[in-house]
Design a protein around this ligand. Structure first.
Ligand code: F6R
Length: 618
């Protein structure tokens, strides 16, 4: 949530900050702003307003301000409605400090009261303005102290989460960063620093980064060759410079009208990259280097718990089917947000696996931290290299899907399914619980999967586009699936809801009779995943129940299945693969349908209302 970018160096700061905000806008987009210290100037120039980054950029077009240092922010509101006053940056009451902030100051009300007692009031409704005033007030009390002492002392009274970038009027070439929970990276260039809440704003300038860790402060100044990094607590460390693999082309739209469409079409590559180097021939086997050091503990576990939120939780549900079938270990799947607050029974024999594209989702990270404290082995299945989950877990598997920028997750989902399939196969083989033929067949099919996904997307694209014309005017859609494809029904409904704002529900097909069937009337669209698999006959029965009540059935069926045409009014074919791998194909028409329906309805596909890509608040 919220994107932060900060700069100090030799370039013009305003265009660089605006460019950075555009790249970070998927993190939040209800208001935007920036602050710079003009060259030779003694005061901050702060520009901020409700609305998107493009509106801020237009407002600054003729401004022509020359500055080499600045901070900027794109907001996803938590405290205070999205308006000009609540937009970041926030200036301290004495005009000495300006900050942008990602996160939530949980005790802002008591800090605000303490400040009011000292005669210091806030103009906005935000927790951020309280924070900047608190820091400024603290500093006024200790004018002789260096920032290295002021910040740890001032932050002792602050509760909550924060990724902060700030400028101080008396140090015109300096940017200060503070991090608790909300991620911040420092990009290290030649004579310049670009800091941001994620790598997409940094990559155009440098790929050398330092990840700021929990409770760390960085003071970036062009008059020093290295950033000064210290902890708010006692523990200090020597920061490591890391190298980001992603290049600029992967974070641009590359001719596609939206990131979401680009990412749908990138799925063959994402799946291929997820498998790269992990499948050995003769004998066929899966190797997962990221978890090899903890394999003994995984094999000793009596159960595995998979955690996630949203689409990642849907991937976890498919993971449950895969692991239980192939490795014969009991699996529980939990919403991270529920798991962490219900005092679950966790023992050192437990293995808890957090699934998260961003690696930053607050609830998933919080749940993993809690499980780790209670002695469990915690693993991460993540996409963003160097994000908080892989840094804080004992071991894990990167999905290597490349940057996912569209707010609706697509390629991360199929790459998560790939990683989970590899994990289930590896575990099954290590436990000798999987039949060798099935093991080899699944691996051979996985190797074919990128090509099958590619064919499926291209062959269904025109048909789904035409179908979307009819979908654009519907108000409710039911998605049904069974077995491996029940979680896909949930995912299909989520995709449609989040980007086209059409109400949709996903259900296990057989559950329909226990309630949702009451919704079905003449013409109600029902998307049914009806593959030629072990549950085919049963799903046909469910389709008939829908048809006899006037429902409009769109079936996702196995290529070559003619019989399905007797039951469904519209059929979207996907190639036949073994059941455990079928979700990687059945989800594709659903992603395309959600995308085209949203486009026809004029929705902002990459930045749907009220959503943000990386949910770093609870
Ligand atoms: C839906 C979507 C969200 C995310 C969820 C978890 O399209 O993108 O539901 O899946 O916010 O995010 P990660 O995977 O980053 O933990």
């Amino acid at each position: 949530m919220c994107g932060i970018v900060a700069y100090t160096g030799f370039r013009q700061a305003v265009p660089l900050l605006l460019e950075g905000l555009k790249r970070l806008e998927y993190r939040g987009y209800d208001s935007a702003g920036l602050a710079v210290i003009s060259e030779g100037g003694k005061h901050f120039c702060v520009y901020k307003q409700a609305g998107k980054v493009s509106a801020l950029a237009r407002a600054l077009e003729t401004n022509g301000i020359s500055a080499r240092v600045g901070i900027a922010h794109t907001r996803w509101a938590t405290h205070g409605i999205p308006n000009d006053i609540n937009a970041h940056p926030h200036l301290s009451y004495d005009g000495e400090i300006v900050i942008v902030h990602n996160g939530i100051i949980e005790n802002y009300a008591s800090l605000r009261q303490r400040l009011e007692e000292k005669g210091i009031s806030c103009r906005s409704d935000t927790d951020t303005e309280v924070l900047v005033n608190w820091i400024a007030w603290y500093r006024q009390q200790h004018p002789q102290k260096p920032w290295r002492e002021i910040l740890p002392e001032a932050f002792r009274a602050v509760e909550g989460t924060f990724g902060i970038a700030m400028l101080v009027r008396s140090m015109p070439d300096v940017v200060i960063l503070v991090r608790r929970f909300s991620p911040l990276l420092i990009g290290i260039g030649q004579g310049e620093y670009i800091a941001a809440s994620d790598a997409t704003a940094i990559i155009p300038y440098t790929r050398r980064v330092i990840h700021l860790e929990e409770d760390e402060v960085a003071i970036l100044s062009t008059s020093r060759t290295d950033p000064e990094i210290f902890s708010l607590r006692e523990k200090q460390r020597t920061p490591q410079v890391e190298y980001i693999e992603w290049d600029l082309a992967t974070i641009e739209r590359g001719g596609y009208p939206h990131y979401m469409l680009k990412e749908i079409f990138e799925q063959p590559q994402a799946i291929r990259d997820c498998m790269r180097g992990r499948i050995r021939q003769e004998p066929l086997e899966v190797r997962l280097g990221g978890i090899s050091s903890v394999m003994d503990r995984i094999l000793a576990a009596r159960r595995l718990t998979l955690l996630g939120c949203g689409t990642s939780w849907h991937a976890a549900l498919v993971g449950e089917y895969l692991i239980e079938q192939l490795a014969r270990v009991p699996v529980e799947v939990e919403y991270a947000s529920e798991f962490r607050y219900r005092n679950p029974v966790i023992t050192p024999e437990d293995v808890i696996i957090g699934i998260s594209q961003s690696g930053e989702t607050a609830d998933t990270l919080g749940a993993l931290r809690m499980a780790k404290e209670r002695g469990a082995l915690v693993l991460g299945i993540t996409n963003v290299v160097g994000s908080s989950i892989p840094r804080e877990t004992h071991a894990g598997i990167y999905i290597h899907a490349g940057p996912e920028i569209g707010v609706a997750s697509t390629k991360a989902f199929t790459a998560q399914l790939t990683a989970l399939s590899l994990f289930a196969l590896h575990l099954g083989a290590s436990r000798y619980s999987i039949d060798r033929n099935l093991h080899d067949t699944l691996i051979e099919n996985l190797i074919e999967m990128p090509d099958l996904v590619n064919e499926t997307i291209h062959s269904l694209n025109p048909q789904v586009q035409a179908l979307a014309e009819k979908f654009a005017s519907v108000s409710n859609v039911l998605y049904l699936g069974r077995g491996y494809n029940f979680p896909v029904a949930l995912e299909g409904a989520l995709k449609l809801k989040e980007i086209s704002y059409i109400h949709a529900e996903g259900y296990p097909a057989a559950e329909m009779k226990h309630g949702p069937i009451a919704l079905i009337d003449e013409g109600m669209p029902v998307i049914v995943i009806a593959l030629r698999d072990s549950l085919y006959e049963k799903v046909i029965g469910n389709i008939q129940e829908v048809r006899s009540r006037g429902g409009w059935v769109i079936a996702i069926a196995t290529t070559g299945d003619k019989e399905i045409c007797h039951y469904a009014q519209e059929v979207l074919y996907v190639p036949e693969v073994p059941e455990p791998l079928s979700p990687m194909l059945t989800v594709l028409p659903m992603q395309l349908l959600a995308y085209y329906t949203a486009v026809i309805r004029g929705c902002d596909v990459d930045q749907p209302r009220n959503l943000a890509k990386s949910v770093t608040v609870e």
